[in-house]
Design a protein around this ligand. Sequence first.
Ligand code: NAP
Length: 255
Amino acid sequence: MLRVLILGGTTEASALAEALHGDDRFAPTLSFAGVTRAPVLPRIATRIGGFGGADGLAGWLRETGTHALIDATHPFAQRISRNAVAACAAAGVALLRVARPEWRPVPGDRWTVTPDMAAAAAALGPGGRRVLLTIGRQDLAAFLPHPQHAYLVRSVDLPPAALLPPGCRLVTARGPFALEDELSLLSRHAIEAIVSKNSGGDATRAKLDAARRLGIEVVMVARPEPVPAPHVAGWREALGWLEDRHQALPTRRSV
Ligand code: NAP
């Protein structure tokens, strides 16, 4: 049996966990950082919370006799991905990263691409605008120096008040989001600009389609440098890779 750790917090990780459920070739565990108050739990074993850095993760891999690690964390979650590279090297565990393709602009898009969140906040300009922030909770502080805008913040859980620009409005929602709902949200709040990370994937793509249709600018924060690890684009390819690893298990005997 192949013991697998999936680093999660994404739809890909949950889909892979679901695919492994009930498959007796695998003993999978899905790990969450613990940042979402009520994560959607899969039917496989889960653990919640940090490992204590790369050394802690390497220790966990050794203690559990894990054979393979699938890093299916979000493209902007750089620390855990770097830790996974270091820990797998130290513990002799096979590593595969699920790196969903990034979004690319298509004709009709009005994108302003920025290298980070501070640049995205500055790119909104000096005049007050009605801005939808769809960046999660962690990076909201970048907008505190720009209180001239009227912000609508969408996140899974309510952000801490200290991170919020004055007067901003909040909407809590968990994707996937449908195009009709995104069109309605943008129109209802008369949104003039959206700030987004280039997360890629289908679950939150509809806001980009809605922005294109309504002629709304998207300030798109580019991805950080990917970690140096073998990668695939989706969870199905990761499943195939795990099946190959299972075939190659040294303890496997034919009877
Ligand atoms: P990060 O900066 O790379 O990680 C911060 C620390 O959180 C890590 O050092 C690790 O703690 C712990 N951690 C992160 N992911 C973990 C996991 N799956 N299981 C156990 N511990 C984990 O990550 P982040 O940007 O804060 O994101 C946290 C989680 O939210 C990730 O799992 C990511 O997939 C998910 N997420 C992030 C974003 C985003 O925009 N960043 C968006 C959607 C979902 P230790 O060092 O103590 O092990």
